[in-house]
Design a protein around this ligand. Structure first.
Ligand code: GPW
Length: 799
């Protein structure tokens, strides 16, 4: 393909605006400009999408399908321009046409198809796989409303619908010709057909039409474009059938809204329907596609891999069994052999409240045939394993138990691979959460530490740092993430460290400007440490620990002792609408902000900003400007974390407990380049006689801080302050906030001391950037491809 020139692009773009809106470019608004550019890009990569598909099909390339109930793609405009290698041409042309590229970029809605880390990881994997020519397809739900938009009223979280499709979605292509029917409810029984085969019969089912919408996932300057498929629920088009209003609503609501719960299981019927809708549509379309090119399904595992992202899509296992047996007339054993070879599963949590366990009667009523198959999986598992491992162990880990379907156990039993998302997490799965199944299937277990895409978090979010890296590194770090290691040689180069400091300063100024404009708060980018904690609001993530420290600083200032270094504490987090305690923490932090930011005695020493509506785009604004990365979950609770990786790559110093991937970050950078604190997993486990009251009673300083929750130091939190106070004392502080407090304060003091020596600080930042390459999702996804899915790919720079 000839290289695109600026005049060519301008010509094509003007035509696009004309075709779409019958207007001149100068009369168009930002949204029109964005849509036209997105459609132009879609046209531009369409031939690559077609060629990629044809290559996979004609060459019988093995393809993997990543099934996930959520994805969090973020805006696609800049990513696609970067990956297609047209950023310079397009931005120059847009400028020449008098258009403001920032406004065009901002006109793209951020698709809120996910809650947090789980969904974002899925999207990073798709991006990385395309960059490596890996045949990986995304398979998810096209929620009409994404995660709620968050705002604050009087410091309280207010949720508003996220109508992200209001103006259409330029990237997607509806494929009604690829729709399939998904069957719910009714009765089912087996009866012999004319050939003497046992086949299921159904009556009174509700059939739902699953319509796919496909979006291209553009590889990084490599002409690969993979497919990201989202399913939408609609009424079947059969004119002979009529529907009541209620039936219509029941169908439409299946893909209407994303459940706003992060790492928290809620046994709601609609969610069960969403899960089955996703897997049934996804597996049917995979089998149908496979059928086009193969006469039998006996060797499907040679060209198909299906990945179950956490347990939400675990019904892919019985659904595959159903199709192979009921529609392809395979025996159980044959179908099971294929299914387990095709399926693999990632666990993302250690929290018991996140593990899905559906009531058996709910599953039996909602998806009766699937329930029968799960019963048979359970029966055979027990029959096979009880003689070897004994009834107790087998009872503990069989798919059915306590009147529920235990989805994690089903997922392990029906897959050939089970992985955790950080070394510690995988170890704890083996030792604790899944120990009985680990005993039975040790070879299935493996670790795949999470990763992040440097393209979004450096090349797009942090152009200044990208420019500096490009200047210093000979190797092509954009293709070979481990090459970032090269900047380590500048860790003692004062000129480089100054440049790095200037980059950070520039990003802090830019963020300060946005905070001023959006939140009406002035923060000082010259002197203050930007101390950042951005992630879902959850008790185990301990935003409260951070908040207590701010109260501590405030009290110190009020007592006449200035802080050694000014601080800006930046939070951003959504709380699940039904998560009462998390919302109280939001209110607390907002009121701390209110008090501190308006107290003339404080001035620029201390500022607190709670940035509303955290999402991918907000993260892109904040991460490049962070000095400190708060990763302070109670050890043993955070499976991995991924903001820890994004922040280190942008030169923030991690302030961390030894939890999740923090441990691997600490190993990578060395203890001099990270600040760790708090109890280890083993210490938490051994702490059987914890009394938060005893800690409180023995520490005057801590008492003053905690009492601020109830003594009026922070106004307007009468109820919240009392509830939080009680959670810490009366309810014995479930997440050991008080136990880790002293150690946290010391760690924060250490941060302040280090920061006062810029050469030391930026040398640490430099090492963090240098070592971030190993957390590239390009490397992670290559390992999934090699070890789990057995996919081909082009040579990656795995140096
Ligand atoms: F509970 N994670 C998440 F395991 O964002 F399903 N939402 C979720 O519902 C779950 C996990 C689930 C996160 C983990 O909390 C985080 O530690 C991890 O880095 C991320 O998934 C990606 O693996």
């Amino acid at each position: 393909m000839a290289k695109l020139t600026v005049p060519e692009f301008k010509e094509q773009y003007k035509n696009m605006i004309l075709r779409l809106y019958a207007e001149d470019v100068k009369d168009s608004d930002a949204h029109q400009q964005y849509t036209a550019l997105a459609l132009w890009l879609r046209d531009y990569y369409a031939p690559f999408l077609k060629a990629t598909r044809q290559h996979y099909e004609n060459d019988r390339v093995k393809e993997a399908y990543y099934f996930a109930i959520e994805f969090l793609p973020g805006r696609m405009l800049e990513t696609n321009m970067l990956n297609l290698g047209v950023t310079d041409v397009v931005t120059t042309a847009m400028m020449q046409m008098g258009l403001d590229m920032d406004k065009v970029v901002d006109a793209e809605p951020d698709p809120g198809l996910g809650n947090g880390g789980l969904g974002r990881l899925g999207s990073e994997f798709l991006d990385s796989a395309a960059a490596l020519h890996m045949p990986l397809n995304g398979n998810g739900i096209r929620y009409q409303y994404g995660l709620f938009r968050q705002s604050f009223v009087n410091g309280y979280q207010v949720e508003m619908p996220d109508d992200w499709l209001r103006n259409g979605n330029a990237w997607e292509v509806r494929k009604e010709n690829r729709a399939c029917l998904v069957r719910f409810g009714g009765n089912t029984w087996l009866a012999e057909d004319a050939f003497g085969r046992l086949v299921p019969h159904y009556e009174n089912t509700t059939d739902v039409l699953a319509v796919p919408y496909d979006t291209g996932v553009v590889g990084y300057q490599n002409q690969t474009v993979n497919t990201f498929r989202l399913w939408s629920a609609e009424l079947p088009t059969d004119p002979a059938v009529t529907y009541t209003l209620q039936q219509k609503e029941e169908v439409n609501e299946i893909t209407e809204i994303l459940y706003p719960d992060d790492s928290n299981y809620e046994g709601r019927l609609l969610r069960l329907k969403q899960e089955y809708f996703l897997v049934s549509a996804g597996v049917q379309s995979i089998v149908r596609h496979y059928r086009k090119h193969h006469r039998s399904l006996n060797h499907m595992d040679a060209t198909v891999a299906i990945h179950i992202n956490d347990t939400h899509p675990a019904m892919a296992i019985p659904e595959m069994m159903r199709i192979l047996m009921d529609e392809e007339f395979m025996s159980w054993d044959q179908a099971w052999a294929i299914t387990t070879k095709v399926m693999s599963y990632t666990n993302h949590t250690l929290l018991s409240e996140s593990l899905e366990t559906w009531p058996q009667d709910m599953v039996a009523q909602t998806v009766p045939r699937i329930y029968q198959i799960i019963q048979e999986i359970d029966r055979r598992f027990r029959e096979l394993q009880t003689p070897v491992y004994g009834a107790d162990r087998v009872n503990r880990c069989a798919p059915l138990g306590d009147g529920t379907v235990r989805m994690a156990y089903l997922a392990v039993i029906g897959s050939h691979s089970v992985n955790g998302v950080a070394k510690l997490h995988t170890e704890l799965l083996e030792k604790d959460v899944l120990k009985d199944l680990y005993r039975i299937y040790p070879a299935r277990f493996n670790n795949k530490t999470n990763g992040i895409t440097m393209r979004r978090w450096l090349q797009i979010a942090n152009p200044a740092l990208t420019h500096l890296l490009n200047e210093k590194l000979n190797g092509d770090w954009c293709h070979r993430p481990l090459d970032i290691m090269g900047v380590q040689s500048f860790a003692k180069d004062p000129t480089f460290l100054k440049e790095l400091q200037e980059v950070k300063h520039k990003n802090k100024v830019a963020l300060a400007k946005k905070i001023r404009a959006r939140e009406n708060i002035s923060v000082d980018p010259e002197h203050a440490i930007f101390d950042v904690q951005i992630k879902r609001l959850h008790a185990y993530k301990r935003q409260l620990l951070h908040a207590l420290f701010i109260i501590d600083e405030y009290q110190q200032i009020k007592a006449g002792q200035p802080l050694s270094v000014p601080r800006v504490h930046i939070f951003s987090a959504k709380a699940a609408p039904s998560y009462y305690y998390a919302k109280e923490i939001i209110k607390l932090i907002n009121e701390i902000a209110n008090t501190v930011n308006h107290d003339p005695a404080v001035g620029d020493q201390l500022k607190v900003v709670f940035v509303p509506n955290y999402g991918v785009s907000e993260a892109e604004d904040m991460i490049p400007a962070a000095d400190v990365s708060e990763q302070i979950s109670l050890a043993g609770k955070e499976a991995s974390g991924t903001s820890n990786m994004k922040l280190m790559a942008n030169g923030a110093i991690t302030l961390a407990t030894m939890d999740g991937a923090n441990i691997e970050i600490a190993d990578a950078v060395g203890e001099d380049n990270i600040v760790t604190f708090g109890m280890t997993v083993d210490e938490v486990g051994a702490y059987t006689n914890y009394s938060s009251q005893a800690i409180f009673d023995s520490d005057k300083h801590l008492q003053k801080v905690v009492n601020a929750l109830i003594d009026g130091t922070i106004p307007n939190i009468t109820r919240e302050g009392r509830d939080i106070y009680n959670s810490l004392l009366q309810y014995n502080d479930e997440y050991f906030v008080l136990a880790d407090y002293e150690s946290y304060v010391k760690a924060q003091d250490k941060i302040s001391t280090l920061y006062q020596d810029p050469e030391k600080w930026y040398s640490m930042a430099c090492i963090n950037i240098a070592k971030s390459g190993q957390f590239s999702s390009d490397l992670t996804i290559a390992r999934y491809g090699d070890d789990i899915w057995h996919l081909t790919r082009d040579q990656v720079g795995v140096n």
